[in-house]
Design a binder for this molecule. Structure first.
Ligand SMILES: C[S@@+](CC[C@H](N)C(=O)[O-])C[C@H]1O[C@@H](n2cnc3c(N)ncnc32)[C@H](O)[C@@H]1O
Length: 418
């Protein structure tokens, strides 16, 4: 992948390394909010700078060896510094998909409402988290923050009420530690995938359990099946063909991750993703260095309905799950009231576990329900400020993307004052 990118323009004398330029943005940086985050990130690194060349380059005014090393190894939006490729430039080349932001294992499972990974890396830096610090995600979803924190050497603690999310977060971050064990049983799993003459009746999950006692390997194969289940139910793809294709892509992505870890000598953070309820968090008071999260946007999306095929395949009792998921209880007006009640509890828990003077980032948008706009952003700011947070930045983010239906979100950065 890297070779392809570097030799793409072999026939022309193109200076892909931007020799003689200070800091150059990555080609995929397109939006105003990304430039705002890039500037905040540089400030957080201690850089003084001017934006030049039609907003695509920065001139660094206080260049030093240390500053260059920080920006080159930790930065999120930059392609080169002084003609040297950044770590993130190499990382995002390791992509088995056609979607620019679904590199490494990020792509695994088409979860609706995924964060943009590059934005999360920038936010981790902006709120000043360093190697060895911990970040908490009370709505960990598909595991975007988990993987981005891991890459920066930041320890991650995440909870989500959905077992499907917990598997996603774990597979994306843990499979690199068990690739050999995964490969050891691959052929056998494929041969027993659908009933045949030699294994007439197959209970897939039991078969995986019998083949390995390692939870991480089991999760990997659960995920491979759920990808095929999702492909089959959403796009009517043949189950077996889809399973084999996705399994091979998952293996290739895990190999990419291992390769890049070695090539860049990354010191990965520890990741802990558990089933949990954001309204009642099992963490001590004042124990967390930073929070980055995106809660359900009021009642905009039914997270149960959306993945019902996968929940059923995993053996979940879908009718019982409703009580635990924020934003899906009740109907009409009472649904919004229940959401407000639940989300207030979650915000209070975020306040309780965060250390004083540390930051909580909430990415959220207003939702539309039955033709009416629900002002979730204003509600969030008001409540967070009531319980002792101060809003220090509010960045408008115009969104687009494969699974996104909303037009605008806000990145709200709060500091715990008292
Ligand atoms: C907007 S999504 C998070 C997406 C995530 N940022 C990502 O990159 O994939 C909101 C998440 O909240 C979870 N959720 C809903 N109710 C919850 C609760 N009571 N406790 C924890 N998580 C909950 C849903 O399962 C869903 O994954």
């Amino acid at each position: 992948m890297i070779e392809r990118a570097e030799s793409q323009f072999w026939a022309y004398e193109i200076d892909d390394k931007n020799t003689g330029k200070d800091l150059v943005l990555l080609d995929n940086v397109q939006f105003i909010y990304e430039l705002s985050l890039a500037e905040l990130e540089l400030k957080a690194f201690g850089a003084e700078f001017e934006v030049t060349n039609g907003l695509r380059e920065f001139k660094i005014l206080n260049k030093s060896v240390e500053l260059k090393e920080i920006i080159r190894s930790k930065g999120s939006y930059y392609k080169t510094f002084d003609g040297e490729f950044t770590d993130y430039y190499y990382i995002i080349q390791k992509n088995e998909t056609r979607s620019v932001n679904q590199f490494l294992t990020h792509w695994i499972y088409p979860y609706k409402g995924k964060f943009h990974p590059q934005m999360i890396r920038a936010l981790l830096n902006i709120i000043g988290l360093k190697e060895g610090d911990n970040v908490f995600e009370p709505f960990s979803g598909s595991g975007t923050t988990a993987l981005e924190a891991q890459l920066l050497g930041i320890n991650f603690i995440g909870i989500d009420v959905s077992p499907l999310c917990v598997i996603q977060g774990r597979v994306k971050t843990e499979s690199i530690y068990v690739l050999d064990e995964i490969l050891e049983i691959k052929d056998e799993v494929i041969s027993k995938l659908v009933p045949n003459l030699f294994s007439p009746e197959t209970n897939y999950y039991k078969m995986i359990k019998d083949l390995t006692s390692d939870e991480r390997v089991r999760n990997f194969y659960k995920m491979a099946r759920l990808l095929a289940v999702s492909d089959n139910s959403r796009r009517k793809r043949d189950f077996r063909t889809s399973f084999i294709k996705n399994l091979n892509l998952m293996v290739a992505s895990v190999k990419d991750f291992i390769e890049i870890k070695e090539r860049l000598n990354l010191n990965l953070g520890n990741v802990k993703t558990e089933i949990g309820d954001s309204r009642n968090v099992k963490l001590s008071d004042n124990s967390i260095d930073g929070i980055i999260t995106s809660p359900p946007y009021s009642i905009a999306l039914d997270y149960i309905k959306n993945d019902v095929h996968s929940f059923k395949d995993l053996g979940c009792d879908v009718s019982k799950m409703k009580n635990d998921f924020i934003g899906v209880r009740g109907i009409g007006k009472s649904r919004v009231e229940l959401y407000n009640e639940d989300i207030k509890k979650s915000y209070s828990e975020m306040h309780r576990v965060l250390k004083p003077n540390k930051y909580a980032v909430i990415v959220i948008g207003n939702a539309t329900y039955q033709g009416k706009e629900i002002k979730t952003v204003e509600f969030t700011i008001k409540y967070m400020e009531n319980i002792g947070f101060k809003l220090v930045k509010n960045i408008n983010k115009i969104i687009f993307g494969l699974y996104n239906v909303m037009k605008k979100e806000n990145i709200l950065i709060f500091r715990k004052e008292k």
